[in-house]
Design a protein. Structure first.
Length: 317
């Protein structure tokens, strides 16, 4: 019994330090895992904070390439630090910006970065990336979040319109919603041009975003069309409606969450982006296999539709 108590007592100083850091959080070291369409938005925004350490987590050939070439974003080269997972260990904030399929292979890197007081935000599509990460590092590290950004890759790097980007939405899964780390992230983002807001019902927000991905972004991405396609074409709206049918078999309580289609009122909404332009495209396009897109877009129907609807900026390949 004495040995058991001694083993438990060893954890007391570490737990106390973690509580103190969370009660008086000051984010000074931020690690970004994934420098693609989503990660580029984060890097672009946080690069303005000169007083923090900002780094991209990468090793091997990818790390060497990022260190040499930097991150091309909106026609400008940004050069955040490039850290191995071990060098990024115990970062105050880890922002995961991977494609969903890359998450299982990145869990070892996430575990290596995560320290006793590291907060993790996952900006990945879907509704269970936090659960997958929590299974590896513990749910206490997760601050639930999502992002809405129409970012795409061109020959000279990633591009997005900062003015029309909805941005990052985050919040605690359980009360208290006005936690120290929520305030710390608000303070971090508040000194940048990033669009963001905190919410008291992040799970509902995440399911609403997932519904948007399934019903709108996927048909749009497969055809390579801009967001204006749903206003311009009588053919596109039924496709979104048909996609929504897939939500009917959802079991409770997920179905109840999904019915809350309108986003919850935000605790803070410091930024109000303009509506996206009609030619704006989402990063979902990059996640769809090109072979699928090519077959659909090369069909007679798609070519005919594109010629009638030039405002949708449909690219036929």
């Amino acid at each position: 019994m004495a040995g058991l108590l001694t083993k438990q007592q060893r954890w007391i100083p570490q737990i106390m330090r973690m509580i103190l850091r969370w009660n008086d959080m000051d984010i000074k070291k931020v690690a970004v895992l994934g420098a693609g369409a989503v990660g580029s938005y984060v890097i672009w925004g946080l690069s303005a904070r000169r007083e923090i350490e900002l780094g991209v987590v990468a090793d091997g050939p990818r790390g060497e390439r990022l260190a040499k070439d930097g991150c091309a974003i909106n026609g400008k080269i940004y050069r955040p630090a490039v850290w191995t997972p071990q060098e990024a260990h115990d970062a105050d904030l880890l922002i995961v910006c991977l494609k969903y399929g890359a998450l299982p292979g990145a869990l070892d890197s996430i575990k290596a970065v995560t320290g006793p007081h590291t907060t993790i935000m996952s900006l990945m599509n879907g509704v269970d990336s936090e659960d997958i990460i929590a299974s590896a590092v513990g749910g206490e590290h997760l601050l639930y979040s999502l992002i809405k950004v129409a970012s795409h890759k061109e020959a000279d790097g990633f591009h997005f319109d900062p003015a029309t980007t909805v941005g990052i939405i985050f919040g605690e899964k359980e009360p208290p919603c006005d936690s120290p780390r929520v305030k710390a992230v608000e303070a971090l983002f508040g000194g940048t041009e990033l669009h963001f807001r905190a919410t008291d019902c992040i799970r509902e927000e995440m399911w609403s975003k997932f519904r948007l991905n399934v019903c709108s972004n996927l048909p749009q991405a497969i055809l390579g069309a801009g967001v204006g396609c749903y206003r311009d074409s009588v053919h596109m709206k039924p496709s979104a409606t048909a996609s929504a049918v897939s939500w009917k078999p959802l079991p409770q309580p997920k179905a109840l969450i999904c019915r809350r289609w309108m986003p919850c009122p935000a605790r803070a909404a410091p930024s109000s982006p303009r509506p996206a332009t009609r030619r704006c495209k989402t990063s979902t396009l990059d996640a769809i296999p090109k072979s699928i897109c090519s077959r659909v877009r090369s069909s007679g129907w798609a070519k005919s539709w594109a010629s009638r609807r030039p405002t949708m900026s449909l690219r036929i390949t």
